[in-house]
Design a protein around this ligand. Sequence first.
Ligand SMILES: Cc1cc2nc3c(=O)[nH]c(=O)nc-3n(C[C@H](O)[C@H](O)[C@H](O)COP(=O)(O)O)c2cc1C
Length: 184
Amino acid sequence: MALNVLVICGSLRKGSYNAALARALPALAPEGMHLTDAPRVDTMPHYNYDDQAATGFPSSVTAFADAIRAADGVIIVSPEYNWTIPGTLKNAIDWVSRMKEQPFKDKPVALQSASGALLGGSRMQYHLRMVMQSIDAQIFGKPEVIVNMAASKFADGKLTDQGAIDLIKQQLAAFGKFIDRVKV
Ligand SMILES: Cc1cc2nc3c(=O)[nH]c(=O)nc-3n(C[C@H](O)[C@H](O)[C@H](O)COP(=O)(O)O)c2cc1C
């Protein structure tokens, strides 16, 4: 199995738990799964149809879409903001969703979240699952990776919680099989 998987991070901050979670993935991936970081989601301007109509898709949006197209699968690792998807991440998804060759169409997508709170970003995942469905992605089911109470599960920017590490290994292995099964 040789699979290229793109990792999109929904947090912008330096000390981000979700960025730390994304950094932990390559060491936990099954053999043959190669992980690459997507361009940051804040490289894209606010979506405005007038701008799209006047000047087309900005190069930052094209670069983000090309990275998604080139990947066999995508993992979105994101915090939850006010019970839902952070605006900057949603803005990036909105941009590429307007493209003729819509990059998420038929793309296998898995979700992960980390949060300092009890529910671990699960409500964000539920909403993102619906958004992915709406743009025809092949959304991966279980196991879900929800890293709650993050302050106790990371140290010095590294994921240290064995339960979370084991779960991520299981998810990545299952996601690899899912990609092989559903890839168009
Ligand atoms: C605007 C905003 C809204 C938030 N809303 C939620 C929320 O609804 N649920 C939650 O679990 N955490 C929420 N948080 C707390 C985040 O989980 C916490 O800041 C987390 O560290 C963000 O992820 P990051 O470390 O990857 O940046 C919110 C944080 C911000 C800045």
